[in-house]
Design a protein. Structure first.
Length: 171
């Protein structure tokens, strides 16, 4: 993948995250934080994990290695998640937009939150983070359905079709 491919992939990631947040906004605060017995207890905990891992990887790409991140309790409702995620998303998209072909190939060294040193080419980390988002958005879809709420589609092909329709409408 090249830098332009990653710009498109992260435009999709941002679109899918916003759609997921929109679907979660229909929940009451109680539903949002209800323990559903999932890998992350609740819709909130899954969303916050997804959001903060995006922040964590972005920090690593900037040469920083945080050893922790905010607790989920700092986000009592979907609105609080949306506000913080808007900042992270803007910073992430700005970073992706700035990538050069050389940046994509560089090896990034960082330390995990457990203190373990790691290194990998940036392109692998970029692919990982996008895939990570897809995985957890799928979990959120299941949790929404278990709560009796309407989930929304976040398939990549839907993103492509929406973009094509928008381009046709403005042409």
């Amino acid at each position: 993948m090249n830098a332009e491919d990653f710009r498109l992939l992260y435009d999709y990631n941002s679109w899918a995250n916003r759609r997921t947040l929109d679907a979660c906004s229909q929940l009451t605060d109680e539903q949002f934080t209800r323990d559903m017995g999932s890998s992350f207890r609740s819709v909130r905990d899954t969303l916050v994990h997804l959001m903060l891992v995006e922040w964590l990887w972005l920090e690593r790409w900037h040469g920083r290695s945080p050893n922790s991140y905010a607790p989920t309790s700092e986000f009592p409702n979907a609105g609080s998640v949306r506000a913080r995620w808007a900042e992270i998303d803007r910073d992430l998209l700005d970073y992706i937009a700035s990538l050069t072909p050389e940046d994509v190939q560089r090896v990034v060294h960082h330390t995990t939150t457990a203190g373990v040193p790691q290194a990998a080419p940036l392109w692998q980390m970029l692919q990982h983070l996008a895939n990570h988002g897809t995985y957890h958005r799928g979990q959120i879809t299941t949790l929404l359905r278990q709560l009796g709420a309407k989930a929304t589609g976040t398939d990549l092909i839907t993103f492509y079709r929406e973009r094509a329709a928008q381009a046709s409408a403005t042409a």
